[in-house]
Design a protein around this ligand. Structure first.
Ligand code: PLP
Length: 385
């Protein structure tokens, strides 16, 4: 059989997500087309209410993308030029681009090697390092922490919030990969002062285009985000502060309302797929994702580690299994963010994982047959050969 005829299993498949709910999504799109309101109309207002209700959190504001959600949340929380924002280096570059867009600069702290998220102890050491550096000039510039719930695994929010309170730092959660994830039953997005969600098509809650949301426990910053997303306008359309244009559109909001009603089932299916991978690969030489007591993982990605990662990836590809690496370079290893000031302390755990991580196919519509194909392909890999 020629190679090209092997059906490829994709790492993610947003089109399968659309086809699974086609009738409902088509009806929602038709409703918007016929309604005649295309920007900030009833669909956005309903979606904001329904998303806030889903999170059991008071305020949600739809914006143009996850990156914009981070920028607007940070700005609404008072972050601006000259400030420093602590975050993880193992993240999408969007996290770092957003911090820089406010005029602030990122400061990287190391991750917990089990959870792949900011380690409270590394955070504390990084803060103390800034405090005790000659002159301690940078400590007063520290304004915020952006924990990233990477791969759908919640960061240690109780530990991070305790440090934030002690040092009087704002916390903006990056929930782009963690819709529905929870710590002790409280969803990600509800722990920090503000949080940013992305609805990029491959995310756990994905639109069919760009979209994002800021959520907030407090009405004041929520109102600020509402103003900032439209030129700093107040209700009379007078600009009260410099703002931008970052709106969620009616079509995406209508699609997201459909997808939101299926989010719990979709996350449950992701957990089933993860359980099938974990069971089938338990004797393999790969390092598998850890399950951490109290934290509800939503498996945006199922990430394994292998010291022969590149060979494993080629081996899987030859057997029709396409995989991705999230991310081949940590933030501080990318030329745009490789500034020594951004990395006051070494990041050994971050650097140890970037050469070893591989994301196996993970999306709710993955079939049982495809899961089996992935497991058999992984099983046939001989790292020593
Ligand atoms: C996807 C993502 C973003 C950015 O979201 P966009 O909607 O693509 O702008 C930010 N942070 C993380 C961790 C992401 O995965």
């Amino acid at each position: 059989m020629p190679k090209s005829s092997i059906p490829l299993i994709n790492p993610a498949d947003p089109q399968a997500g659309y086809l699974a709910r086609r009738a409902e999504i088509d009806a929602a799109i038709q409703r918007v087309l016929e309604n005649g309101r295309y920007i900030l109309g009833p669909e956005v207002a309903h979606f904001e209410e329904e998303f806030a209700e889903y999170l059991e959190h008071p305020h949600a504001i739809g914006v143009g993308s996850g990156t914009d959600a981070l920028v607007l949340a940070l700005k609404a929380g008072g972050v601006g030029p000259g400030d420093l924002v602590l975050t993880a280096s193992l993240t999408a570059v969007a996290t770092l681009a957003a911090i820089e867009q406010t005029g602030a600069a990122p400061i990287f702290a190391d991750i917990d090697p089990q959870a792949y998220t900011l380690a409270p102890q590394a955070l504390e050491e990084t803060i103390n390092g800034l405090k005790n550096s000659p002159g301690g000039n940078n400590y007063p510039r520290l304004k915020a922490i952006v924990p990233v719930h990477l791969y759908g695994c919640p960061a240690d929010m109780p530990g991070i919030m305790e440090i934030a309170h002690r040092h009087d730092l704002l916390v903006v959660e990056d929930c782009a990969q963690s819709h529905g994830a929870a710590i002790n039953g409280v969803k990600t997005g509800c722990w920090g002062d503000l949080a940013a969600f992305s609805f990029y098509p491959t995310k756990n809650l994905g639109a069919l285009g760009d979209g994002g949301a800021v959520v907030s426990s407090n009405g004041r910053p929520a109102d600020r985000v509402r103003q900032l997303r439209e030129y700093g306008w107040n209700e009379q359309r007078i600009s009260m502060m410099p703002g931008i244009n970052s709106r969620l559109d009616e079509l995406q909001a209508a699609i997201l309302r459909v997808k939101l009603t299926h989010l719990e089932a979709a996350n449950q299916r992701r957990r089933e797929i993860a359980a099938a991978y974990l069971a089938a690969l338990s004797n393999s030489p790969l390092t598998l994702p850890a399950s951490i007591p109290g934290r509800t993982h939503v498996y945006h990605q199922f990430v394994v580690r292998s010291s022969a990662r590149n060979r494993l990836q080629r081996h899987l590809r030859a057997r029709g299994v396409a995989t991705l690496v999230h991310y081949p370079l940590a933030g501080h290893q990318q030329p745009a963010y490789a500034k020594p000031d951004y990395r006051p302390l070494p990041l050994p755990h971050t650097e140890a994982v970037t050469n070893e991580i591989l994301s196996l196919p993970m999306f709710p519509e993955l079939t049982d047959a495809a899961i089996l194909t992935v497991c058999e392909a992984v099983d046939a890999f001989r790292p020593g050969s």
